[in-house]
Write a protein that binds this ligand. Sequence first.
Ligand code: NAD
Length: 479
Amino acid sequence: MTTTVTTHAPVSRTAPGIPETVAAARAFFDSGATRPLGDRVRNLHALRALLTENETAFEEALWDDLHKGPAEAQLTEISVTLAEIRHTLRHLRRWARPKRGPVPAVLLPAKARLVPEPLGVVLVIAPWNYPLQLLMNPLVGVLAAGNTAVLKPSELAPATSALIARLVPRYFPDGEVRVVEGGVEETTELLAQRFDHIVFTGSGSIGRIVMRAAAEHLTPVTLELGGKSPVWFDDDARLRAAARRLAWAKFTNAGQTCVAPDYVMTTPDRVPALAAALRTAIGELWGPDPRATRDYGRIVSERHFDRLVGLLDSVDPSDVAAGGTHDRAERYLAPTVVTVPAGADGPVIGPDAAHPLLRDEIFGPVLPIVAVASAEEAVKVVNSWDKPLALYVFTSSSRTRRLFEQGTSSGAVVHDAGLVHVAAAGLPFGGVGPSGMGAYHGAYSWRSFTHLKPVLTKPLAPDTLRLAQPPFPTFALRL
Ligand code: NAD
């Protein structure tokens, strides 16, 4: 199939209200224009063109919003979305083909097919930390499945939000993809509308608001939430190499990553060596002064900066093993490692934890190291609190890997690395319990944004259904 991407430009529309926006998306869906496979493929090419033809503009916007350097912007925002498009284009035809469905012998003769159909209008609400990827990656699946979309980028990444709002009408016909910019007020109005599915990425507290609003319309939701993602750093882990990977996973995007390692557990003897190895790794990755490099981000807002510095202020300075410096004018907070002193009674993590860094998701460049007696004890710590979005294990022992895989529950487990599972388009991405519900990426997006409709045909003759109809025989019929 040859695919041409139409550029719908220039556009000069007066901004419509939110109900009109959703109505336009519904009218476009009802027109049937998104259903043919060729149109879905064309949409994916359009999205790819939107990204590739405006790469520099996206890099600049991400720099403005988060001080995200061009290499990191490429790696964690643009190319990961392009990879998702590539993966989807490669498999879409197979996913979209109706499959034969099984029919039990008791219903024969009959035939069944599983026919995928789009859901309708899908609302995608994104956070600010990966403001491009976390809006566009769900969109890939939404469009591939033949839906129309209303996108709500984060108001805390205003440059990226404005750029997306400006570009989308140039690449998609009006109504197929609409962008609504804004914060709480606009999102609240959006959530009052009826959608056929909502994909929300953000915090658990706002996730609850979204789910309550969705319940009014019985709209299904995919909730991509956060939480405290733990790390077990075993005595047998290769200290230097593993610490480097851990530091990279933690301090990329200045720690503002939903799957960032939130706290690291290791044995008491290992704490000083791990702290030193992390200090070395930070120096190798971002140099002696991370503030001076283009490769280290900034805290998104003064509110989040103050929250993080407040947490640090409550830490004994002698427990700061690396970093700790900050500058409010720049919203700069150095990659920081804190050792958590032993001895306090009560839970290690959770709202009642003794140490302030172990109560809520940190969502910034501060990594506490917690001394835990053994891997078995670490499993108990993980299980004592909400199921996390990701769990990372650094060990060379397959027994220890199995211990965490089988003994804990989390959105994902990654051995000897952090973050990288997000880039595996063939794997489901999502949380479990308080870290989220539903999953997306690749075939899992397709499944989440498609209704798989069984179509069963039962010929009138021979009429075997007579056996299931009254008057019933005296013996009991069993299926
Ligand atoms: P957030 O929940 O504050 O905001 C997310 C979105 O919700 C934004 O678009 C915002 O405009 C909207 N919103 C905010 N308040 C609202 C309200 N009262 N009513 C309706 N909508 C509202 O999240 P955030 O601060 O942007 O992101 C940080 C959180 O997101 C962290 O908990 C992080 O772990 C999580 N997160 C999860 C993933 C994932 O893929 N699972 C990815 C990134 C971030």
